[in-house]
Unconditional design. Structure first.
Length: 933
């Protein structure tokens, strides 16, 4: 029997379909067209149908996937159905490249340009269908004819990929052609009667959606107006199929330098609801520890204890109870007065918020109806508290639903106990964008994270609808005060942030495999922000990526996993996460560790400083006592939540409970009604025994110093350091830091020891002092002898002088004593005495005879003969100036009389008088002086 396609004119043949594809390849502006032509050179197969058979079912090669389809008068049509009706031709499964075409008539008693008819391809699913569709209408009801290329999900959720209008009055027979090669589409709408092209376009997918590859092709109808006259298909072979189940098994091993963690302490808290997982919180603030949880009766409960004083908890039940929604987590915060703030159990409901009036006393928790405005707090989700650098408490929340919510930031004033807007407008505004003013999105952000640079860093994604698959545009900003925001290069940003604005890390489109809550922010060894997340690669498989800011405003994006298969998520409600991203951290070997869980297995991908993957291996395990399910109820899982305060040097607090897994926020009829034990587990790395070799050596040296004499001032800190070092050496739990600090302190104190002063001697340039005068201590020179045998000058400022009696002429004594810290504790004070002479001051009215001694202008003078009113100072007068050095050597002066044999010092040279002389300086040729030695 001849092919049906040969029996009617104007029927499409396989050759005609391919010819149309080749014609499209030649159309202007279609780069994708060439690839389609190239792919068609691969092995291919064709199938077609002209529906030229008796009225009745479509036939054995067709499946009515949605709606009731039949053949009447040689045309395929839909008899009944709910809309978005699909019938697929099962004679040939699609490959990587294909062309689907159909001749259709649109009939309607009242044309309205809404009678959508077309062809579908890559149809996947049974009752819930996903596919691509090229559909068109003819004009009517005052509206132009239109065409659309759509991506359809779950029968009824379309995404417009391309669209336009055509000149096709009602009654125009249409020929629709849909071609695809990989990520590239080309479409054409022609007048089937004349062959003229009414519309043609190309479209490239940002990513391949493997839920819409392979599969089947067929016909589409949104109402009862389609009359399909022909259908044809050409596709490359072999057929392709969507990726299988995600396989994310570890690809190797890695020697993590971190030692195995151990349980340091376990503290029971209470009993918690176990019907589903929901985030519960622990917050440690010094010695105060708070836990927020839902008890076995679903009631929100706050517990508090003093870590240093007791393990007993004070419990306060709050007047709100959880249902079955895992969104309804609870958040905790502390203001600068240390009052506790609690908010939670909300998913698009009015604000639920409590705070204490007395710090540390949870019995004073009271409900507060509103923070700022009831109008912006009537549909709250995702409450979070964060403290700025000045300690001020900031609260953020979404108001509105998924896909059209607005995020607000409030700041708390302790003095007035009121909240105000941190800024006068929301931080995010999903109402429209430059490219799509009519669009609406909701921002899902990770709580601002304080980075090593002292700034807050934040990432977020945009979600178009309640469908989790519609997350897009991973975005970043940073701020020092949560008011003024900047991109990764420090350029200022404008808020509120809108879709497509700010610092876009990765422009992932809707359906690209990005998921809110599953992108995490960390920092590399240099402090640069690093974002770890998952999305689909170009072949549509799930992969993990790392993106790092390069300092110029750009991001280096690297695929760091090599997985096969795909986690296809979507829909609303709480998802059952196959992949859970847990962030990244720098390890001691300089590499980074990106942590995640896949199929409930904790794993890590190790990347080097170029973001190149080194290995994927199991994450260093927490102790099995924490991660192993203890309950006997079937299906339980372990839920862990880390301390909001973060880890400390001692370790990390984990809040541990068990529950059934997520049920997409749907109620259960059975669950462990007795609840689950809730406990805090303190986990840390057991310290290795400290190396005390250097400390022991320092103590041995210190013991030797005990036999030596040192100044009391330097001995006291040395003895304190020695005692501390001895205690540290004897402490079995001393850390290496403790030992190193004690060693350094003792070594420093030993270096600062000063040998004790044992003897003191004093000299002065002149032992004469005026009657009634005082001693100029700057003229005194002190020399000390120390226990270690050395001699050294001693500053007179370190000595204490006793009073000197200068009331009358005659001998007197200056006594000076060293300060107490210069000698060994308990030793007798070290002092020295210096004999002085108290002399009268020259008076012009007094009579002086030979031998009288006076002071004048700071010098000592003796009268040569009887004199009165003659001022001392002339070289030939009645007065002789007497000067001696501290060692008693006579110093030559011009006024003094010298006899033969007298020895003097002049200009540092010793001379002997050859005869009587006065006023003749030593050193003159043929003079009375001769140099000695």
């Amino acid at each position: 029997m001849p092919s049906p396609l040969t029996r009617r004119q104007n029927r499409l043949t396989t050759a005609a379909i391919v010819a149309i594809a080749l014609t499209l390849a030649a159309l202007p502006g279609g780069v994708a067209n060439a690839s389609t032509t190239a792919s068609m050179q691969q092995p291919s197969a064709s199938s077609s149908d002209d529906f030229e058979r008796v009225t009745g079912p479509l036939g054995s090669a067709w499946v009515a996937d949605r709606g009731t389809w039949s053949i009447a008068s040689g045309k395929a049509q839909k008899a009944a159905g709910p809309g978005n009706n699909v019938a697929t031709h099962r004679g040939l499964q699609l490959g990587t490249a294909y062309t689907v075409a159909a001749d259709v008539d649109i009939v309607s008693p009242s044309p309205a340009a809404r009678e959508w008819s077309g062809v579908v391809a890559n149809v996947q699913g049974r009752t819930s269908l996903s596919y691509y569709v090229l559909r068109a209408t003819t004009a009517g009801g005052g509206r132009d004819a239109q065409w659309q290329l759509l991506q359809m999900a779950n029968n009824s959720t379309p995404t417009v990929l391309a669209q336009g209008t055509v000149a096709a009055p009602y009654g125009t027979p249409l020929r629709l052609l849909l071609s695809r090669d990989g990520r590239d589409f080309q479409v054409a709408v022609t007048n089937a009667a004349t062959g003229s092209i009414l519309a043609e376009a190309t479209h490239q997918l940002a990513v391949t959606d493997p839920t819409r590859i392979g599969g089947w092709a067929g016909l589409y109808l949104n109402s009862g107006n389609l009359r399909a006259r022909d259908f044809g298909l050409t596709t490359t072979t072999p057929a392709v199929a969507p990726p299988g189940t995600l396989n994310c098994k570890p690809a190797g091993e890695y020697d993590f330098s971190e030692a195995d963690q151990q349980i340091l302490e376990t503290v029971p808290v209470g009993t918690t609801f176990a019907g589903m997982p929901v985030t519960q919180r622990v917050l440690t603030d010094g010695a105060d520890q708070y836990v927020a949880y839902y008890d076995q009766d679903r009631r929100l409960t706050i517990a508090h204890r003093d870590i240093d004083a007791t393990t007993e908890w004070t419990q306060q039940i709050l007047p709100t109870s959880i249902g079955w929604d895992s969104h309804n987590y609870v958040s905790l915060g502390l203001d600068r007065d240390r009052n506790l703030h609690v908010s939670g159990n909300m998913h698009n409901v009015a604000l639920i918020y409590f705070r204490t009036s007395t710090p540390g006393d949870i019995t004073t928790l009271s409900p507060v109806a509103n923070m700022v405005s009831p109008q912006t707090e009537n549909s709250v989700t995702y409450p979070e508290f964060v403290n700025r650098k000045d300690g001020s408490l900031v609260f953020s929340h979404r108001n509105g639903g998924s896909g059209d919510g607005v995020t607000y930031f409030n700041v708390y004033d302790e003095s007035s106990r009121t909240w105000t807007r941190l800024v006068d407008q929301p931080l995010f505004n999903g109402e429209g964008s430059t490219a799509n003013p009519a669009g609406t999105w909701n921002a899902y952000f990770e709580n601002p994270l304080l980075g090593p640079d002292g700034s807050f860093h934040m990432i977020w994604v945009w979600r178009d609808t309640p469908d989790a698959a519609t997350n897009s545009l991973l975005t970043y900003a940073k701020s020092e005060n949560l008011v003024d925001w900047f991109d990764s290069a420090g350029n200022p940003l404008t808020s509120p942030f809108r879709y497509g604005e700010a610092d876009i890390v990765d422009p992932i489109p809707d359906g690209g495999g990005l998921l809110n809550g599953n992108a995490k922010l960390g920092f590399d060894a240099a402090g640069a922000p690093v974002v770890s997340y998952h999305k689909y690669d170009k072949s549509g498989q799930s992969q993990v990526y790392a993106a790092r800011a390069d300092g110029t405003g750009e991001w280096d994006v690297r695929q760091i996993s090599d997985w096969t298969g795909r986690w296809s998520f979507g829909g609303g409600g709480s998802l059952d996460f196959q992949v859970v991203m847990r962030g990244s951290k720098v390890m001691s070997d300089g590499n980074m560790r990106v942590d995640f869980a896949c199929d409930a297995n904790a794993q890590s991908i190790v990347i080097d400083d170029t973001l190149t993957a080194v290995a994927q291996a199991p994450t260093p395990a927490l102790p099995a006592q924490i991660t192993t399910v203890r309950g006997s109820y079937p299906g339980l899982q372990v839920n862990l939540q880390t301390d909001l305060a973060g880890p400390t040097e001692e370790g990390t607090w984990y809040l541990r409970a068990e529950s059934l897994p997520s049920n997409r926020d749907l109620p259960r009829t059975e669950w462990p009604r007795e609840g689950s034990a809730l406990e805090l587990v303190h986990v840390g790395v057991a310290a290795s025994p400290a190396d005390t070799t250097d400390l022991a050596a320092a103590l041995a040296e210190a013991e030797r110093r005990l036999t030596e004499a040192y100044s009391a001032g330097s001995w006291a800190p040395f003895e304190a350091a020695r005692s501390h070092a001895s205690r540290t050496l004897a402490e079995p739990d001393a850390t290496q830091d403790d030992v190193d600090d004690a060693t350094a302190a003792l070594s420093s104190a030993q270096s600062a020891l000063v040998s004790a002063l044992t003897r003191l001697s004093l000299t002065i340039d002149s032992d004469a002092v005026a009657v009634g005068g005082s001693i100029d201590l700057s003229r005194v020179r002190a020399t000390g002898t120390y226990a270690d045998g050395r001699s050294a000058p001693v500053a007179t400022s370190d000595l204490t002088a006793s009073p000197v009696d200068t009331t009358s002429p005659g001998p007197t004594t200056l006594t000076m004593t060293a300060s107490a810290d210069a000698v060994t504790t308990g030793a007798a004070p070290v002092r020295a005495s210096l004999p002085l002479r108290v002399l009268v001051v020259w008076d012009p009215a007094s009579v002086y005879t030979a031998g009288d001694v006076v002071l004048h202008d700071g010098s000592e003078w003796t009268a040569t003969w009887w004199t009165r009113s003659q001022t001392p100072g002339g070289p030939q007068g009645a007065w002789q100036e007497l000067r001696t050095s501290p060692d008693g050597t006579v110093i030559w002066t011009a006024s003094r009389i010298f006899q033969a044999g007298d020895v003097v010092v002049h200009d540092g040279v010793s001379y002997e008088a050859k005869w009587w002389t006065r006023a003749q300086a030593p050193g003159e040729p043929n003079g009375p002086w001769k140099a000695r030695g």
